[in-house]
Design a protein around this ligand. Structure first.
Ligand code: SF4
Ligand code: SF4
Length: 300
């Protein structure tokens, strides 16, 4: 049975597609967006997470770790990621519940069974299951089987994607995917590379091609002050979207949520000083897309 590396399964989601949904977050992403609020999703492997604010420097994790990967410094536990083998022994022993291993291998059957528990809510609300990440399609074998498993049970499926995957992956899951949530961020290629780590060429090509196959696409545009919300980016996005078929655009206001998680993973916060857009700014952007003739809403 194919297994996937999952970092969260969230129930009763109302922003990841229609109705009440269960969202499965798969670990690993080919992009490294500066503003990512699921920082723990980026790495393709399991990762130790440490809440420095909870650590009482008791040393239990130092004792628990047979790899010598933890030491106390400046009144808290510091983990050497190069030595850590992600065994989880320190997690069990931490009296403050301040340690965790992010990422859990689960079989398709386990995940589909978890999703199916809330089937009655999907039926009542027109919801279903959403596979997100990370980049859900980066674990294509697992995703394909999980989508099929849901479909066999009559559960609506959605896939949230960055679009940075081979076209063959889209072609493979198309028959079992009820809706694509397609992230579109920055239209200028160099700027996209700077803020996400990759070119946007494949992403735009895949979106144009996908739109020839299905209308079941929602565009997701993260509105990030000084990064994505400039007039040039919005104008270029509108021009591009005029050439393709899709249902609607969801405008996702940036929120500096990733800051705390970045610290837990020992990563830098690259969005220092950037605040959430105001309600007025979100309304201005919404109007721009609406005046261009698109169905648009703020939020997922
Ligand atoms: S997960 Fe295992 S190897 Fe890593 S720090 Fe904890 S005890 Fe040590
Ligand atoms: S076991 Fe928990 S509280 Fe104790 S030093 Fe390690 S992280 Fe801190």
């Amino acid at each position: 049975m194919t297994k996937g590396l999952i970092f969260n399964i969230q129930k009763f989601c109302v922003h990841d597609g229609p109705g009440i949904r269960t969202t499965v977050f798969l670990k690993g992403c080919p992009l490294d967006c500066w503003w990512c609020h699921n920082v723990e999703s980026i790495s393709f492997g399991k990762e130790p997470m440490v809440r420095a604010d909870l650590c009482g420097a008791c040393g239990a994790c130092v004792t628990a770790c047979s790899e010598g990967a933890v030491a106390l410094a400046d009144g808290r536990a510091v983990t050497d990621l190069a030595r850590c083998v992600r065994c989880g022994d320190c997690v069990v022993d931490c009296p403050q519940s301040g340690r965790a291993i992010c990422g859990r291998e689960m079989s398709v059957a386990e995940v589909v069974a978890e999703i199916a528990k809330d089937k009655v809510f999907y039926e009542q609300s027109g919801g279903g299951a959403t596979f997100s990440g990370g980049e859900a399609m980066a674990q294509i074998d697992f995703l394909h089987e999980a989508l099929r498993g849901c479909r066999e049970q009559g559960i609506h499926t959605a896939v949230d994607t960055s679009g940075q995957v081979r076209w063959e992956s889209f072609a493979r899951i198309l028959p079992d995917t009820g809706l694509f949530l397609y992230d579109l961020k920055i239209m200028d290629e160099e700027r996209h590379r700077r803020f996400t780590g990759v070119s946007n060429r494949l992403i735009l090509e895949n979106l144009a091609r996908l739109a020839q196959e299905t209308e079941q696409i929602r565009i997701r545009f993260p509105v990030i002050p000084t990064v994505t919300d400039d007039e040039e980016n919005i104008a270029r996005m509108i021009a591009f979207l005029h050439g393709i078929r899709f249902q609607q655009i969801d405008l996702l206001p940036f929120h500096p949520l990733g800051k705390g998680k970045a610290a837990q993973l020992g990563r830098d916060n690259r969005m220092e000083g950037i605040a959430a857009p105001s309600d007025d700014r979100m309304e201005q952007v919404r109007q721009q897309f609406a005046e261009a003739g698109f169905a648009v809403q703020v939020g997922g």
